[in-house]
Design a protein around this ligand. Structure first.
Ligand code: FAD
Ligand code: SF4
Ligand code: SF4
Ligand code: SF4
Length: 499
């Protein structure tokens, strides 16, 4: 008797009944055996409990590979995925508690041109008109530095309209919030990404939170959905290299896995990239972020799940619900109830974000693989020509050298870490012995991509004379094509006993 027959015969009615019942419940969701393998088993976080194999007639536990194995045709019902202790499937775990979900868009002619449906801007216009707030913290474009975000305190609906649109980079919103509080604003709307909202939430609710002591200031937290943000120092040079004039860009938008750039927001994008292409420019902190929907906000606003020029909105507090409903009643917003199909898209993306941290190492491997086909990612060799080193970029710390140890085998082992917070491309590391004013034995290591906080170890062979190592000063320099020289430090080498 096969495993399939024995399972069904033992408890046929109850087993089949519950299988069918759960199958119906999961209809329309994208959970499946494939997802279980990708997110849990191949990511290396499977606990080998065997639950997935225990519940499905076409899965069995493979004792050789210590993994579940298909022994029949998978229907993609997702039952295995939903029993696994390592998957995150509960809607509240995925997107936090909320009172009401809406699909919304502006009803104010001047706000058309907001990022999606213009809901955030319309709420700000309503809040100013109704005198419910005396200031708001928003993020605008730096007039001197195109598309660099600057957090601002605004006090009028006209400025709220000017601030509409998304900038896909970290903005120091809390600094502006503290300034607004110091300027004695009492009722402040705070717009921020989930990480910004978390900062305000912690400052308000944690035992040592600073905002607990500013009770006269009430802060309405309007959170933006957020899947990732990008490091301006890394992504904008890439855009420029690709022929994009940032001063002409009117809109950037992320939609269905693509990043679009517009000179004319009503027209076609002048460039579109897949998010995978831009993954290496992502801020490293976003790899560790598990909140898509701003779970700690009063009102959360995004676009996923609601189609073009519309917003997905969740009110999470009583005040949040009242504000949305009243803004709609008074003609600032159009709202419709959110349906379960839309919710499934949000839950699917929220799940991708929650589990993305499991795949950090794997994702790095994917990126490297793309380039490996053409040339090796790390290549080290004696320098043939003197390296041309350009100017140092400010005082920004891109690199740290954590150790320089002479190993038994006459190799100087140098560990170098990328502390820039984003991928550094085409890094050239030059190691050279400096004797008096002269450089000897230059050795160059070329690295295609060095990931944020990734450490590489370079072995530099030391010189030997009459069976003894030659000691002296070792200069370690690093440069990249884009930034010029980014690191330079001299190490004094000495025999072990003299250290
Ligand atoms: C970094 C980032 C990533 C995002 N990723 C997603 C995503 O993956 N899926 C999704 O559905 N939605 C995402 N969004 C939200 C989406 O882009 C819109 O902000 C949201 O749908 C609100 O649209 P709206 O038309 O109401 O905005 P608008 O009415 O145009 O108002 C936008 C508001 O956002 C503020 N703002 C702009 N940039 C920033 C910033 N960097 N930090 C803080 N506040 C800012 C502005 O001050 C403005 O008040 C992201 C937003 C950002 C900033
Ligand atoms: S049939 Fe359903 S429970 Fe079985 S492996 Fe496929 S998705 Fe999982
Ligand atoms: S249920 Fe999840 S954790 Fe348990 S064996 Fe299957 S994949 Fe691994
Ligand atoms: S992905 Fe997370 S850490 Fe990154 S900007 Fe968005 S909320 Fe902040």
């Amino acid at each position: 008797m096969t495993k399939e027959q024995s399972k069904i015969n033992e408890t046929a009615t109850q087993y089949e009944y519950s299988f069918d019942y759960i199958q119906k419940k999961l209809e329309g969701k994208k959970d499946s055996y494939g997802m279980l393998m990708k997110e849990i088993v191949r990511a290396g976080i499977c606990t080998e409990c065997g639950t997935c194999a225990a519940v499905c007639p076409v899965l069995e536990w493979d004792y050789v590979t210590s993994q579940p194995k298909l022994i029949g045709k998978c229907t993609g019902c997702g039952i295995c995925y939903n029993q696994c202790p390592r998957t995150i499937t509960d809607p509240i775990q995925l997107m936090g508690e909320f009172k009401t979900g809406y699909t919304a868009n502006t009803n104010i002619p001047e706000v058309i041109g907001g990022q999606d449906g213009g809901t955030v801007t319309s709420l700000l216009v309503y809040l100013f008109d109704e005198h419910l707030i005396d200031a708001a913290v928003v993020t605008m474009k730096d007039p001197k530095n195109p598309w660099h975000p600057v957090a601002q305190i605004i006090t009028s609906k006209d400025d709220a309209i000017k601030a509409s649109g998304s900038i896909y980079s970290h903005s120091q919103t809390v600094e502006a919030l503290m300034d607004a509080i110091r300027q004695d604003y009492r009722s402040i709307a705070f717009i921020g990404t989930p990480c910004n909202i978390d900062a305000v939430d912690k400052m308000t609710n944690s035992p040592a939170g600073m905002l607990k002591y500013f009770m006269r200031a009430h802060i309405l937290k309007i959170g933006l959905f957020c899947m990732d943000s990008f490091a301006p120092d890394a992504i904008y040079p890439f855009f420029k290299k690709d022929g994009i004039d940032l001063s002409k860009v009117q809109k950037m938008d992320i939609n269905k896995g693509k990043f679009h750039i517009y000179y004319d927001p009503q027209g076609e994008p002048i460039k579109s990239y897949t998010i995978k292409q831009l993954d290496k420019f992502k801020s490293s902190s976003c790899n560790f972020c598990i909140d898509l929907t701003a779970e700690n906000a009063d009102i959360s606003v995004g676009s996923v799940g609601s189609g073009p020029n519309k917003n997905t909105v969740f009110s999470r507090t009583g005040l949040g619900t009242e504000i949305i409903e009243d803004a709609a009643k008074k003609g600032y917003l159009k709202i419709e109830p959110f349906n379960s199909i839309n919710l499934n898209s949000v839950l699917f993306l929220a799940k991708l974000k929650k589990v993305s941290q499991y795949n950090i190492q794997k994702r790095k491997v994917f990126i490297v693989k793309d380039t490996l086909e053409e040339e090796p990612r790390i290549e080290t060799k004696p320098e043939v020509e003197q390296a041309e080193i350009r100017t140092t970029l400010g005082a920004k710390k891109f690199f740290s050298v954590s150790k320089a140890i002479i190993e038994q085998d006459k190799i100087l082992n140098i560990s170098i870490t990328n502390t820039a917070g984003y991928v550094l491309e085409d890094v050239k590391i030059r190691i050279v012995i400096v004797e008096e004013l002269f450089e000897k034995r230059p050795w160059v290591t070329n690295i295609k991509e060095l990931f944020p906080y990734e450490t590489i170890e370079i072995g530099y062979p030391l010189e030997e004379k009459d069976n003894h190592l030659v000691y002296g000063n070792v200069l370690v320099e690093a440069s990249t094509e884009g930034f010029g020289k980014i690191f330079s430090r001299t190490f004094k080498l000495a025999p072990k006993e003299e250290k």
